[in-house]
Each structure stands twice: as structure tokens, then as C-alpha cells.
Ligand binder design. Structure first.
Ligand SMILES: C[S@@+](CC[C@H](N)C(=O)[O-])C[C@H]1O[C@@H](n2cnc3c(N)ncnc32)[C@H](O)[C@@H]1O
Length: 247
């Protein structure tokens, strides 16, 4: 199993790394910080027993999804599944689709594996790795039926806004990996980020808003309430869904 980026590689948490050769490099700004999290015994057991089958190793070569899932089916990539409750539900709602979930938080990986085991879910595989690298190195261009990004870290502080996933260059890359007609579904409970999403997705020349131009989408029926969404709702936040399609 691949190890997530060590938190010590970015001690200031602002994406600026210095290399040993003394030359300061601006490393890739990451959309996450790996936090130590306590693993429950069920999660540890699931990781040990089901990890070898359902967690895929990060490699710098294209993933053969037909071989991995043992069938030819539309593939949906999810970035940042958290504890995986929504992922497990969606995979069961859409059994004719295969789901690749990326999450760097190990307890979340354990939690989703536990659900996969308890509910006998065959159509999910996991990368415990930065989704940006998984996309770049392992997902063939034009191959994805959909991408789910639910309640991505909002990085509220202005100086951290650069860590947000939904920015023009990354969206352009996501779009290249979608099949024509493939969809990008984002949801957030942070209004300024929702506005940024609408602006960035709306400006991408290869995307079409499935709602009207400049409009948020109704929540698609397949998306259940997520853990972070629930937390946001309790804080009185609104929720905004955006569903765009590749032309
Ligand atoms: C705010 S949580 C939302 C989790 C879940 N989608 C939900 O709604 O409950 C965002 C998650 O995205 C993960 N994440 C952020 N950037 C990521 C990346 N580049 N690759 C993989 N996971 C990432 C974080 O570890 C975190 O668990």
C-alpha cells in the first residue's frame, strides 16, 4: 500500500518545500494535510484483511480498470471520500458503475474498507494517495464517466485559498480525463467556495453546466448526505451542488 505524503515534508503546512541541495523549490501545493488519526479496531482489522484486495498501490502507470474490476463498466473517480459512508451508499445505488475512491486519511480508508466488508460491496477500489497524482499518472485521459468531489476542504483563510482543489489548471486536467459527456459533480457547504466553483467550472471552455448557466444544480438523487455536509448543516451552512458535463 502506498504511503501518503509525510506531514513532515511540509512542516509549515503552506506547500513550500526546500530540497536538500539548498535550492528552494516551490513544490506542488497540496489540497490536504495528513493528520494523525486514531484508528478503531474495526478499521485496523478491515485494513489488514481487506486492504490487499481493495486498496490499490500507487504506481506511475495507467490503471487497467477492466482488469481491476473484472468487467467493463463506467468508472467514477471520487476525490476525498472522508469516512466513505456516501461512497459506499452510492456504489450500492449504482451497481453498474465502478468507483475509485482516493483518500489520504488512513482512518477513512479503514472505515470504507469496513463498510465494503460488512455490506459486501464489489464495485469500489481505493487509493490511499494524493488524488492529483493518481489522476495524473494512473487514470487514462478521456476514460472517466464521472468525478465526485464532495465537500472538499474549503481552506477558509485567504492565504490558504491556493490549496483549494477547484482551480482552473486542475479542473482543466480533470476535464481531460473525463470521457466526452462525462460529468463533474462538486458539492460544498462553504458559500465563497461554491461561488469559486461556479466561476471556475463556468469558465472552462470544455464544460457545460447541467443546470442553467451560472446556476447551481439540484442535489442529484444518488448523492446521500455526507458526514461533512451533516456537520455543516448543524452549523447552519447552506449546501451547493454543481454538476457540469464535458462537451
Ligand atoms: C472535508 S473532507 C470531506 C470528506 C467527505 N467527502 C465528506 O463529505 O464527508 C475532505 C477530504 O478530502 C481529503 N483530500 C483532500 N485532498 C485530497 C487529495 N488530493 N487526495 C486525496 N484525498 C484528499 C481529505 O483528507 C479529507 O478527508
Amino acid at each position: 500500500m502506498s504511503l501518503p505524503t509525510s506531514p513532515s515534508s511540509d512542516p509549515h503546512g503552506d506547500g513550500d518545500d526546500s530540497l536538500a541541495d539548498g535550492v528552494a523549490h516551490r513544490a506542488r501545493i497540496r489540497s490536504f494535510v495528513v493528520r494523525a488519526g486514531r484508528m478503531g479496531t474495526g478499521q485496523i482489522k478491515a485494513l489488514a484483511e481487506l486492504g490487499p484486495r481493495f486498496v490499490l498501490p500507487f504506481e506511475q502507470r495507467p490503471l487497467d480498470t477492466a482488469q481491476v474490476f473484472g468487467r467493463q463498466a463506467p468508472v467514477v473517480l471520487e476525490i476525498g471520500f472522508g469516512m466513505g459512508g456516501a461512497t459506499a451508499q452510492i456504489a450500492q445505488t449504482l451497481p453498474d458503475h465502478d468507483f475509485i475512491g482516493c483518500e489520504v486519511h488512513e482512518p477513512g480508508v479503514g472505515a470504507l474498507l469496513k463498510l465494503i466488508g460488512e455490506q459486501n460491496i464489489p464495485n469500489i477500489r481505493i487509493f490511499q494517495h494524493d488524488a492529483v497524482e493518481v489522476l495524473e499518472h494512473m487514470i487514462p485521459e478521456g476514460s472517466l464517466a464521472g468525478v465526485h468531489i464532495f465537500f472538499p476542504d474549503p481552506w477558509h483563510k485567504k492565504r490558504h485559498n491556493k490549496r483549494r482543489l477547484i482551480q482552473p489548471p486542475f479542473v482543466a486536467r480533470l476535464v481531460r480525463h473525463l470521457a466526452p459527456g462525462g460529468y463533474l459533480h462538486c458539492a460544498t457547504d462553504w458559500q465563497p467556495y461554491a461561488e469559486q466553483m461556479l466561476e471556475v467550472l463556468g469558465a472552462d471552455p470544455d464544460l457545460v453546466n447541467t443546470a442553467a448557466d451560472g446556476a447551481y444544480a439540484d442535489k442529484p438523487a444518488y448523492r446521500p448526505l455526507t458526514k461533512f455536509e451533516n456537520r455543516g448543516l448543524k452549523l447552519g451552512h447552506g449546501v451547493w451542488d454543481l454538476v457540469f458535463r464535458r462537451k
